[in-house]
Design a protein around this ligand. Structure first.
Ligand SMILES: CCCCCCN(CO)Cc1c[nH]c2c(N)ncnc12
Length: 229
């Protein structure tokens, strides 16, 4: 029986998801809160990790190892790089990388450390279900590369580095660490983001303005996918 983990990084990213459920049981663990709900006979654990790769790794590993989740879905917002991505638009990650992981001093490519790999692929099956749901609901969704790093990107210079180095379509601060954890623990996972800004000098203002509405775009689509699982 599937036990589903639904994760975000910020409270604003999971609040629109929690609003779909009643009878929520809250478990406090490792300086965080995990919300257990039952949905159509499906056991679900919902949590927001807090921002950044370290918190996201801790929460993803906890949801799998401690709560026994066997599938992980991430919903949140991201900075757009691909000019096709407008604020509010949805992107599904087909692969993810860490743009701030750098031992190039030793001749390695950006995003690589020994024993790791630059790009991690997400689960084909979950993406297929998601794309069917998008089609059925007339939702425009693009599939692409998401770059993750421990910095809020708000400069064209950093955005262009990430685009040139990884050919990334969007960027954020948690996805690739969720990917590493799920890949290592052999758990199917799915990373969905809605664009809140375009990671340039206006990113901070746009993020503040569009966080809530973009988080809701992502959450509403994710819930439709959950219903298909
Ligand atoms: C209080 C400030 C919290 C910022 C958290 C932003 N999330 C991180 O996952 C997504 C995101 C949206 N736009 C971004 C950008 N331009 N750079 C990095 N990350 C992002």
């Amino acid at each position: 029986m599937t036990k589903l983990a639904i994760m975000g990084a910020m409270e604003e990213e999971i609040e629109p998801l929690l609003s779909y459920f009643e009878n929520v049981n809250t478990v406090e663990f490792a300086n965080n809160k995990y919300y257990e709900v039952n949905y159509d006979g499906l056991e679900i654990v919902i949590a927001y990790s807090k921002i950044g790769k370290v918190f996201a790794s801790l929460t993803a590993a906890t949801m799998i190892e401690k709560f026994g989740c066997d599938t992980l879905l991430f919903s949140g917002v991201a900075g757009g790089i691909n000019p096709e991505l407008k604020i509010g638009d949805l992107i599904i990650a087909d692969k993810l990388c860490q743009h701030d992981l750098d031992i190039t001093a030793f001749g390695h490519p950006n995003g690589y450390v020994p024993g790791g790999k630059v790009f991690i692929q997400t689960s084909e099956e979950l993406r297929t279900i998601a794309k069917k749901v998008a089609l059925e609901n007339n939702l425009k969704v693009i599939e692409g590369t998401i770059a993750t790093g421990d910095q809020f990107v708000h400069s064209t210079e950093r955005k262009e580095f990430i685009q040139k180095t990884f050919d990334a379509d969007a960027l954020e601060m948690e996805g690739a660490s969720v990917a590493v954890v799920c890949d290592a623990l052999n758990i199917p996972y799915f990373i969905l983001r809605a664009i809140s800004d375009t990671a340039d000098m206006d990113a901070g203002f746009d993020f503040d303005e569009f966080l809530k509405s973009s988080a809701k775009n992502s959450a509403d689509y994710l819930i439709k996918i959950v219903k298909e699982l």
